[in-house]
Design a protein around this ligand. Sequence first.
Ligand SMILES: [Fe+2]
Ligand SMILES: [Fe+2]
Length: 282
Amino acid sequence: MATLTATPSDLTITPRKLSVARDAVNPRWWHGGDPVATAFFNALSATFPQGETFFIDAVRRYRDEADPVLKEQINAFIQQEAMHTREHVAFNRLIKGAGYDTAAMDAYTRMRIDLARSRHPIGQLAMTIALEHFTAIMAHSLLTEKDPMAGAPSDVRKLWQWHAIEEIEHKAVAYDTWNVATRNLSGFRRWFIRTQVMALISFQFWRSNCRHMADFFRQDGINTPRTWLRVLKFLWIKPGMLRRILPAYLSYYRPGFHPWEHDDRSLIAAVEQQLNSDPAAT
Ligand SMILES: [Fe+2]
Ligand SMILES: [Fe+2]
């Protein structure tokens, strides 16, 4: 993988249209009949609509300070995240249709986001770049699995692949906005805020994911140590997303880090081509 130190000058961020079937009837454990994998992705999806709206607001606040190129990227970022929100709202409705009650998760996410919105705008942007790094490296990990979401309905598989390529494509927009917004702070201070917030967000992000997964397991009657051993295996061994993202996660703590130092544009192109040639997914 090539290494870059800034956003590639020829990067185009393309908001792609996608619409998941609103009336689909998916199995309750849509991820190949696996309650653990299903709960993991359901938990993420439960937080996306409110989380991505928060990202949009955090970045948009600084749009007028950006140069024309970044301004255009911010606009594309907003369009992409708005579309993700819309489609995950639809997907979350299918989760409810499968019999899950997500009211408690929604209320918890609302409480966390309200708290985040009470912070200083620079703090909100720091949270956004931390979470955008998570989504980009998790997206990379998902797309480089041998056969991502092979057991999922094609519509659902396509939703997650589409979301993943766009997360990779716009992974530096919030970060570049952060560099503009904090231009008057010293290099040390920028690094200090960014990494402190990442440490905090890492804890909160996984606590929230585990909390939501526990909620799904409880509703399935399987919130047991045995299930949580399966979660550990799923996250650390096979497919082992946490193990796979660890090096890229740690690179965030290095002074001078930039999201495009992991140049995965070829991955976007490969997955996009595959999506376009998948007759079941159009
Ligand atoms: Fe997104
Ligand atoms: Fe994003």
